[in-house]
Design a binder for this molecule. Structure first.
Ligand SMILES: *[C@@H]1O[C@H](CO)[C@@H](O)[C@H](O)[C@H]1NC(C)=O
Ligand SMILES: *[C@@H]1O[C@H](CO)[C@@H](O)[C@H](O)[C@H]1NC(C)=O
Ligand SMILES: *[C@@H]1O[C@H](CO)[C@@H](O)[C@H](O)[C@H]1NC(C)=O
Ligand SMILES: *[C@@H]1O[C@H](CO)[C@@H](O)[C@H](O)[C@H]1NC(C)=O
Ligand SMILES: *[C@@H]1O[C@H](CO)[C@@H](O)[C@H](O)[C@H]1NC(C)=O
Ligand SMILES: *[C@@H]1O[C@H](CO)[C@@H](O)[C@H](O)[C@H]1NC(C)=O
Ligand SMILES: *[C@@H]1O[C@H](CO)[C@@H](O)[C@H](O)[C@H]1NC(C)=O
Length: 515
């Protein structure tokens, strides 16, 4: 997940009429194409080829800036000008064993000055992309992939730079409650003074705890565990409409929640994801987190499960405001199937796995219904709210499109990956292969890959000229791993995971007692 993973404003999702796609789909031309699957080795290699294409474009026209603009062969700096795409690409280059790229990146990382940036810093985005990317790089290169580093000095620097970055960020937690501010200005050590969000507060603890465990400096863990304590014991009670399901706005002044709306959506999403992932990381220290995940999961199954009227065979998870449901979901939310599957494996509860597989199927349907074979950013299924020009589409597909763009997001393929790892059913490899080919066919442009305007017109309706850093970190990693050979970092079938993926798909070694 990610992206303005958490900056998606809930309010903006509510009034359907204000939120129609610019080019509302009027046709019924579902893609639903099933491609021939070559052998796994060839599928994995095709994803490596896409990774190298995207990297070459970035390295030629953008490095060491944050992102490639592939249409204009130029660059942008949306993530503080520290080379976001390079740091985000590292753990994918590692699992793909692309030694030349690994060394290009680890030679660069020691040169970053994390104490300086011209632009506002997001504590959350910086943690999941930069800190997560460097820690995963360190875990791989000081462990099973040590042979890929030409120079050990650059490996040690990954941990030093992680500490430098966390030290630069840590003043964010200096608030009356210990709930951090998210938006920071390093130039005068100020913050935006605003409220923080559920995902932005609740998606720090895995990275900062890993950093403490690797360095012995327990402050990183303490800061984020303190912030998380307000999410594990939410107040006031009205901010928890059902057990475990929370509102999204939190005051750094007193740690109180200020609302009761939410779901498994952008802005809330990875808080729920990390409750179970912390338990995967260390079941001894984080069993309370697991208990809160179980409450949220059970409440979701009981209260948020929703089937569209024309397609009762499909399942999506609704959003809520208090106990009122809103029949809207997002590409971002499609990580939910994978997260239920992970929880079911780890807790050995088939009910969660089965529910997760239903959600995976629902998100797959959003892909195969469109003209490109790629699912939309935001979709709804409220029969009373269907835009007239999408009525036929809704009758057939069970949803209508509220925001038609595709921002190179990973969540649907991420959940295919968990589904495949849990079941071994090659259907999920087929779905991931079809999705990868559709994305490769539609978003490949100029020197790389670009976000597109409209998933429901052939060709994607135009390019935004932007290659997200999480294209490297997430989409290409999950697209690759689902076809790749067994390895200790692959999600395990039986729930005994040696590695756990952060929300940006950076794998960390699980806690083993020492580090
Ligand atoms: C390894 O990297 C360090 C720091 O970048 C550099 O000073 C050193 O010369 C390098 N060693 C080799 C053998 O290239
Ligand atoms: C431990 O981390 C904290 C928080 O960033 C930092 O202030 C402190 O200097 C670190 N301690 C050491 C010994 O590096
Ligand atoms: C810090 O700098 C930013 C940008 O220059 C400015 O908007 C903000 O008001 C400053 N904050 C403080 C507390 O000085
Ligand atoms: C907590 O602080 C917020 C402002 O950030 C305020 O609106 C709210 O009333 C406070 N809640 C309590 C219980 O003090
Ligand atoms: C829930 O819906 C009821 C009935 O429409 C309405 O009175 C109430 O204000 C709504 N609650 C919220 C939190 O939106
Ligand atoms: C969609 O289905 C409804 C209910 O079956 C029907 O009344 C309506 O005519 C259908 N609309 C289109 C455009 O097919
Ligand atoms: C991906 O797209 C490129 C450019 O259109 C094409 O050359 C390549 O064959 C595609 N990959 C696959 C596996 O179809």
């Amino acid at each position: 997940m990610t992206r303005i993973k958490s900056a998606v404003a809930f309010g903006a999702l509510l009034p359907t009429a204000l939120c129609l796609p610019q080019n509302a789909p009027t046709d019924l031309k579902g893609h639903g194409k099933r491609y021939d699957m070559p052998p796994a080795e060839e599928r994995a290699q095709a994803v490596v080829d896409a990774f190298r294409t995207a990297w070459d474009g970035y390295y030629t026209y953008a490095f060491p800036n944050d992102e490639l603009k592939p249409v204009s062969n130029s660059f942008s700096n949306s993530r503080n000008q520290w080379g976001a795409s390079a740091v985000d690409a590292l753990s994918t280059a590692l699992v793909m064993q692309q030694k030349d790229i690994v060394n290009q990146i680890i030679e660069y990382i020691p040169t970053i000055n994390y104490f300086q940036t011209p632009t506002e810093v997001s504590l959350f985005e910086t943690t999941i992309r930069y800190l997560g990317g460097m820690l995963a790089g360190y875990d791989f290169l000081s462990g099973p992939l040590a042979d890929l580093a030409d120079n050990k000095t650059n490996v040690d620097a990954l941990l030093t730079q992680s500490q430098n970055l966390a030290n630069a960020l840590s003043y964010a937690f200096d608030t009356p409650s210990g709930v951090p501010y998210n938006n920071l200005d390093f130039n005068n050590r100020s913050n935006d003074g605003g409220v923080n969000g559920l995902a932005t507060v609740g998606t720090l603890v895995l990275e900062w705890v890993r950093l403490s465990d690797l360095t012995g400096n327990t402050t990183y863990a303490s800061l984020t565990e303190k912030a998380e304590s307000y999410l594990l014991n939410p107040s006031p009670p009205s901010s928890e409409p059902w057990p475990g399901l929370l509102g999204m706005d939190i005051s750094p002044i007193n740690g109180s929640f200020l609302d009761a709306h939410g779901g498994w959506i952008g802005g809330a999403d990875s808080f729920y994801e990390y409750l179970i992932k912390m338990y995967v990381y260390d079941p001894d220290r984080y069993s309370t987190y697991k208990d809160r995940w179980v409450l949220a999961a059970d409440s979701t199954i009981a209260h948020l499960t929703s089937h569209p009227a024309p397609r009762p065979d499909l399942t999506w998870v609704a959003m809520y405001d208090g106990q009122n449901l809103s029949l809207v979901s997002q590409h971002l939310a499609c990580f939910d199937g994978g997260n239920f599957i992970l929880g079911g494996q780890v807790l050995r509860k088939q009910e969660y796995i089965d529910y997760g597989l239903e959600l995976v199927n629902g998100c797959h349907e959003t892909y195969i219904a469109t003209a490109t074979g790629i699912g939309p950013e935001v979709f709804g299924w409220d029969s009373a709210d269907v835009p007239a020009d999408q009525a036929a589409f809704f009758n057939k597909s069970g949803f209508y499109i509220r925001n038609a763009n595709y921002q190179l997001r990973p969540e649907v393929i991420e959940s295919f990956y968990y589904a495949y790892r849990a079941t071994g059913d090659t259907k999920y490899q087929q779905w991931a292969w079809d999705a990868f080919l559709a994305i490769n066919a539609t978003t490949r442009v100029g020197s790389g890959y670009s976000s597109i305007e409209n998933v429901n017109v052939e060709g994607g309706g135009g390019f935004t000229d932007f290659q997200e850093s999480f294209w490297f970190a997430e989409v290409l990693k999950y697209s690759y791993l689902i076809h790749a050979p067994e390895a200790e970092w692959q999600v395990s079938k039986g729930g005994n995971n040696a590695w756990v993926f952060n929300t940006e798909a950076h794998p960390f070694k699980v806690f083993s007692g020492s580090s």
